[in-house]
Design a protein around this ligand. Structure first.
Ligand SMILES: Cc1cc2nc3c(=O)[nH]c(=O)nc-3n(C[C@H](O)[C@H](O)[C@H](O)COP(=O)(O)OP(=O)(O)OC[C@H]3O[C@@H](n4cnc5c(N)ncnc54)[C@H](O)[C@@H]3O)c2cc1C
Ligand SMILES: NC(=O)C1=CN([C@@H]2O[C@H](COP(=O)(O)OP(=O)(O)OC[C@H]3O[C@@H](n4cnc5c(N)ncnc54)[C@H](OP(=O)(O)O)[C@@H]3O)[C@@H](O)[C@H]2O)C=CC1
Length: 491
């Protein structure tokens, strides 16, 4: 979302509640306006700084009025912004209000980048409503297709039970946004194993909104501006189809969807063209929808989930305003989270970080970064008001993300996939099947990144090694030797 402050007093704005907290505390006598299309805010609770850059926290949905109760100088306007007139320092909301700001921070997130968006059998997951709609449709499904190979797809294929999943990915191996092929191979057995284990200790998110009803026969969720889900979003859902088995995932690699046919169309084509392919699976049921893949295969299913990334939600703010956009369509921001338009900052999924980054940091549209950016943007706004200078926040020194895939703890550090590194980099691996996968990316004897899957307990040591860029050539492969207590060496 987005927040701002109206004159006559000076204004600070922030998008997410996180910046609001900071602004409200720094300027208790000033008005801070939070304008949001969503009736809930996502509050970060139980925040824990695990190490210098790694953090853990819970995400809780709370009514946005909670903020007003806690901070008397915050006022929440629950309405979408439909227009921004930056020259006049004004925003206009859907419910007909105008607000003047002195400083504004845009935090309107991103939208799912759906393939075949117009097709009513293609569905995306972004917020509470779309997740609830997905759950409702899954409850009646025997077979669904998941397209995409990033965070949402990885979580879905593991969490869904009692429903066949056809997983179509562009790459050779699963999880391309987070892993290399080695890590993918380590994880794959979890997809075929019966799910007997209990979940590892995990963070939680609360879901309070009831699902929106679908139009008869189609599955597409309403186009609302909800708040993106976060860690453990599926914990409160019942992701089960109509069958009694646990996992049944079929992966089609190196392909994309070429065309989608509705049942009638498919039946017609089968009748009129003898060469038109049959469903490529054993199950020749008639399905509501069919997807034709670029590898020539056709599969029928109840519906298709497009987990194909996001696009920054910039549209309401562009018209008449001279924003510079990044290649990914986000609002470009400098090292003080300032956009190219005077007095407008941006943070979170909506922005494109355009400063010269640390050699071991990159932007990824994640909760962690949205929180850090929101917090830092508020600090920058405060510094700007007070005419003070401010250094880049330490959290942007090193990319660090802790998450969970296939019930394993996953820690990603720095250039964990050798992103942007010259070919002279080397990889070192240590893997114990079913237990842990450790990969480090080395360049000129220095550690540049790491992927840690399982309870490796190495994150703090490796974080330090990446941050201090110590020459590790002398240690050679001992760096990952399980018999060498590497933590004692370097802590
Ligand atoms: C299913 C799913 C699972 C995820 N899991 C993880 C995870 O495990 N770990 C992780 O780090 N990240 C995860 N993410 C990513 C994470 O949720 C986002 O990166 C993060 O929420 C971005 O925060 P944001 O504040 O920029 O945007 P959002 O959280 O999307 O918030 C944007 C807000 O702006 C409001 N808004 C939009 N347009 C307007 C407008 N015109 N006027 C007023 N208000 C507006 C919306 O209502 C919303 O409240 C997940 C995302 C999804 C979809
Ligand atoms: N645990 C976590 O940290 C989680 C984080 N998230 C975050 O939520 C956001 C949304 O998640 P998600 O939608 O999974 O996005 P991601 O960006 O994680 O993944 C998108 C995937 O879709 C692929 N893709 C893009 N276009 C097509 C296409 N036309 N056909 C087939 N595949 C395509 C991408 O491939 P390519 O990269 O080659 O373009 C990529 O594999 C992301 O910011 C993600 O980081 C979501 C869930 C869990």
């Amino acid at each position: 979302f987005l927040s701002l402050i109206p004159p006559p007093t000076y204004n600070k704005v922030h998008e997410s509640s996180i910046s609001c907290h900071h602004l409200a505390t720094e300027f208790p006598s000033e008005d801070i306006l939070l304008v949001t299309a969503s009736p809930v805010i996502k509050a970060v609770t139980n925040f824990k700084q695990v190490s210098k850059t790694l953090e853990e926290f819970d995400v809780e949905e709370q009514p946005s009025t909670m903020l007003e109760k806690r901070y008397p100088n915050i006022k929440v306007i629950e309405s979408g912004v439909k227009q921004l007139k930056s020259q006049e320092h004004k925003i206009f909301t859907e419910d007909g209000k105008q607000c003047i700001y002195e400083k504004l921070c845009l935090c309107a997130g991103a939208k799912p980048k759906l393939i075949f968006e117009e097709n009513p059998y293609v569905l995306g997951i972004r917020d509470t409503d779309s997740a609830q709609a997905f759950q409702n449709h899954l409850a009646k499904a025997e077979r669904i297709a998941v397209v995409g190979n990033g965070g949402i797809a990885l979580e879905l294929v593991y969490e869904i039970e009692g429903c066949e999943v056809l997983w179509a990915i562009k790459d050779k191996a699963i999880g391309n946004t987070f892993f290399d092929a080695g890590a993918a191979e380590f994880l794959i057995p979890k997809l075929t194993a019966e799910k007997l284990e209990t979940a590892i200790a995990c963070k939680r998110t609360k879901y309070t909104t009831e699902g929106c009803e679908k139009e008869e026969g189609s599955v597409a969720a309403a186009d609302k501006l909800g708040t993106a889900l976060g860690p453990d979003w599926h914990e409160g859902l019942h992701l089960k189809g109509t069958k009694e088995f646990s996992h049944k995932v079929h992966i089609e690699t190196l392909c994309e969807i070429k065309k989608i046919y509705l049942q009638q169309e498919f039946k017609q084509l089968q009748k009129t063209s003898l060469s038109f392919p049959k469903d490529s699976s054993d199950n020749q049921n008639l399905w509501p929808v069919y997807m034709e893949l670029t590898n020539g295969k056709i599969y029928g299913c109840d519906f298709i989930v497009s987990a194909t990334g996001v696009v920054p939600n910039v549209k309401p703010f562009l018209d008449g305003n001279n924003f510079t956009l990044g290649e990914d369509g986000g609002l470009k921001v400098d090292k003080h989270m300032h956009s190219s338009v005077a007095d407008i900052y941006a943070a979170g999924d909506i922005c494109t970080a355009s400063w010269e980054p640390s050699p071991v940091w990159q932007q990824m549209r994640l909760w962690t970064q949205a929180r850090q950016m929101g917090w830092y943007a508020a600090k920058c706004m405060v510094a700007d008001f007070l005419g003070e200078s401010i250094d880049m926040d330490f959290s942007f020194e090193l990319f660090a993300h802790v998450t969970k895939f296939f019930n394993y703890k996953v820690v990603l550090l720095g250039k964990y996939n050798a992103q942007g590194l010259d070919l002279d980099h080397e990889l070192m691996l240590r893997c114990t099947k079913g237990q842990e996968y450790v990969k480090v990316v080395m360049q000129n004897g220095r550690m540049m990144g790491a992927v840690l899957i399982g309870e490796t307990d190495l994150e703090e040591t490796f974080e330090n090694l990446i941050l201090n860029q110590m020459d590790l050539s002398a240690y050679g492969e001992d760096l990952l030797n399980p018999n060498v207590d590497i933590e004692d060496y370097f802590d």
